[in-house]
Design a protein around this ligand. Structure first.
Ligand code: BGC
Length: 743
């Protein structure tokens, strides 16, 4: 090359290089980097600060930031929670558009089981064991919430809960890591739909990371002390599933875990979530939880709290104002690096870009769409469907159910017969129209045809007056069948709603006894957000339905079941104890060295001398109006290598008169293992619809993943040896079993 050519060539190269450097950022990471370069430290810290709107609050609201809209205009707030509706969110977004860099706000909300239409509480939906239905419920909630200006839900709650005293059991999927993981996945997919950027997709938030459900004594916010092996084996799997499903955000939790508050838990956030699991979203603290580390005694003031949290990986501070008040000084004092701040801001901005908010900050603010999308007939139909699928038939002796359509009269008795708003349960939003909620009474009025409906309230939920008993008794005496609607108040489960006594409250069980004395066929519907204790009812009343809080379509769903227009197929996702003294109680426990072999086997066994070990209703229990038989268990082979698999099959037949669905459950046990393994663990299930007389062959594949567990070094391993496979209708109703070997 001669000199001139060489010079031209070099010019060309440097021109191309210059044009690349000056090019408009195209990808989201490039856009985020470009924006970060323009941001002052104060603006960056603003992005990490989330404050409450002017709606409901679940903790103290600190007032020291003055007017919120002004703070937004100054770039001091990156996200607002607890404001809903296009009008309100738009007003806040308009303020953000007056800030120097016009970075849009994120609006977060607890869309836990529905937005305008309320679906069953999550624990109720979990009882459906129906992943498409659960996903659809979250999908509809997201569609409505997004139309109402929300881009982020603080759900799903994926905390495993083995203690029904804990009020927040209502918010999760129950006690089982396998079922909980599938439900976590379904909910994340439901909320996020086809992905952020679509107008009906909102960010999911897996919470509360981690182990919040294991609060000692079932007392909310209490400490958690557990082995890391239990953490990995039982409590982390649903979080991992949520992360794998693409959950955009995680929320940490109020509890300390083995002495370190979750909000400053580097092991959880840096090592596991952002490290091992490669999570690319951001972590928000729980409400005020960063500041609460002062009460924990983990740090002495807000300055230390902010330092501990940001360095441990909490990206956004919900309402404690520790970040906005202290991060700048922490950076000046070299306690927190700019790189740490940038990393947190980058994660948050990335989500804002993915949501399309930089293209159009008002894309979730369309008032017409808001009107159009809510409460559509399809949404209501879906709500009725999942509500029916959530109702558990605990007991049905003498075929009291389904009700005949030819009854002369039915007495409806109890404090929850006419309840409407209550049907929504805790963590529901005051967005929808209350008149659209269907009470049991209204559902029955629609469905009862010529049957005369009689009503008496009988008693209150918690009040102990028996003044209404006589009238209720007389009303029952006039009817062919009595239906009682009893339970808790919806505000008796939920956040900060732990109970030491989980019996059916007040004098309700006495009213059930009084009505039962009429000798009339009796059905009791129990409404609650947790497993309750109701032994007399369980032992004496022929038909019991557990209906949780079913949401808008509660009354229709209950009557669908009562009349057999829908055959119940739900199964308990959590164990029901006989009494509080058995708690914590869960099916997948270890065997111990002195297992009790029967409920009365108390001779130096691991048992109570005054109470059987078995629960009142076991995990996986739930009846149908039809019956199912299990037969013909076959193994494709009786041993496998780690790299191989075994296919198991059996025949499931509907042996009754009604078409119905059965959730056939597969449990495994490794007989000898170090460390020891539980007596059974759910490893699969299939929900199968069968016509009367119909038989289907069900298959289940056993592979390495189903046999793996965490050893003491927290490595996921398999160990050769003998396994037992159990197939059944509930964890305590095993119909088929067989052994195989892992070589
Ligand atoms: C709860 C969270 C909730 C947050 C915002 C907290 O008190 O623990 O689950 O998302 O409040 O409402």
């Amino acid at each position: 090359m001669n000199r001139i050519k060489q010079t031209v060539f070099l010019c060309l190269i440097s021109c191309i290089a210059a044009s690349i450097t000056n090019a408009q950022p195209k990808t989201i990471p490039q856009k985020v980097d470009a924006l970060l370069k323009r941001m002052t430290l104060a603006e960056k810290i603003g992005q990490l600060n989330q404050l409450n709107g002017d709606w409901e609050a679940t903790g103290p609201i600190t007032k020291d930031l003055g007017n919120k809209l002004d703070a937004i205009k100054h770039g001091e707030i990156g996200s607002v929670l607890n404001i809903v509706g296009v009008k309100h969110t738009r007003a806040f977004q308009e303020a953000a558009m007056q800030s120097r860099l016009k970075i849009p706000l994120l609006f977060g909300q607890d869309v836990i089981h529905g937005y305008s239409i309320t679906f069953p509480i999550p624990l109720g939906e979990a009882a459906s064991w129906d992943m498409p239905a659960i996903e659809r419920s979250a999908r509809i909630a997201a569609t409505e919430a997004a139309a109402g200006g929300i881009q982020w839900t603080f759900a799903p709650m994926v905390d495993i809960a083995r203690d029904p005293r804990w009020g927040r059991v209502m918010e999760g999927a129950g006690e089982d890591p396998y079922l909980g993981s599938l439900i976590a996945t379904a909910r994340v997919h439901g909320f996020q739909g086809k992905g952020l950027g679509n107008l009906d997709a909102i960010m999911a938030c897996a919470k509360h990371f981690a182990a919040y459900g294991a609060a000692i004594g079932g007392r909310d916010y209490n400490s958690v002390d557990m082995s890391l092996r239990t953490l990995w084996e039982v409590y982390l799997p649903p979080f991992k599933a949520a992360a794998d499903a693409g959950a955009s955000t995680f929320m940490n939790s109020f509890n300390d875990l083995n002495g370190t508050p979750a909000s400053a838990n580097r092991y959880l956030m840096r090592d596991i979530l952002k490290g091992k699991w490669g999570f690319k979203g951001f972590v928000v603290s729980d409400w005020g939880s960063i500041g609460e580390m002062i009460n924990h005694g983990y740090v002495k003031d807000g300055y230390e709290a902010a330092e501990a949290s940001i360095n441990a990986g909490s990206d956004m501070d919900m309402e404690s104002r520790s970040y906005i008040n202290h991060l700048a000084k922490l950076v000046a004092d070299k306690k927190v690096t700019i790189a740490t701040i940038d990393e947190a801001v980058r994660r948050i901005l990335t989500k804002k870009f993915e949501l399309g908010l930089f293209d159009d900050p008002y894309r979730f603010s369309d008032a017409d769409r808001e009107k159009r999308v809510m409460n559509t007939p399809e949404h209501l139909e879906a709500a009725r469907d999942i509500a029916r699928k959530s109702i558990v038939l605990l007991k049905n002796e003498h075929n009291v159910l389904p009700l005949s359509k030819d009854l002369n009269s039915i007495a409806l008795i109890g404090p929850l017969v006419k309840a409407k708003k209550e049907m929504k349960g805790f963590w529901s939003l005051d967005v929808g129209d209350e008149s659209q909620i269907v009470s049991l009474y209204e559902g029955m009025q629609q469905a009862a045809g010529k049957t005369n409906l009689l009503y008496a309230r009988g008693c209150d939920i918690t009040d102990t007056s028996r003044a209404g008993f006589d009238e209720a008794y007389k009303t029952a005496m006039q009817a062919d069948v009595v239906i009682m609607a009893m339970g808790e108040r919806p505000d008796m489960t939920g956040e900060a709603k732990s109970r030491s006594n989980i019996h059916l409250p007040g004098v309700q069980e006495d009213l059930i006894k009084a009505i039962s004395a009429t000798g009339k066929p009796l059905v009791v519907l129990l409404m609650s957000g947790r497993p309750m204790v109701f032994n007399w009812t369980a032992d004496h009343v022929p038909a019991i339905l557990y209906t949780w809080w079913l949401g808008n379509q509660a009354g229709n769903a209950m009557t669908d079941i009562l009349y057999g227009n829908y055959n119940p197929g739900a199964k308990l996702p959590i164990t029901f104890p006989r009494t509080e003294g058995q708690i914590p109680i869960y099916y997948n426990h270890l065997n111990t060295g002195r297992p009790a072999h029967a409920d009365n086997d108390v001779n130096y066994t691991s048992a109570y001398i005054d109470l059987p070990n078995s629960p009142k209703y076991a995990f996986g229990h739930g009846l149908s109006y039809t019956t199912f038989s299990y037969s013909n268990l076959k193994f494709s082979k009786k041993s496998m290598l780690k790299t191989g698999s075994i296919t198991v099959s059996f025949d499931l037949q509907n042996t009754g008169k009604y078409a119905g669905e059965e959730v056939a459950q597969f449990y495994l046990r490794q007989m000898v293992s170090q460390p020891v393994r539980p007596i059974k663990e759910l490893k699969g299930f299939q929900k199968v619809m069968l016509q009367p007389g119909e038989t289907k062959t069900i298959t289940f594949t056993i592979d390495k993943e189903k046999l793996a567990f965490y050893n003491d070094q927290l490595e996921r391993i398999t160990q050769p040896g003998e396994f037992q496979l159990m197939v059944g209708s509930a964890s305590d109703d095993i119909r088929l079993q067989g052994d195989f070997q892992l070589l």
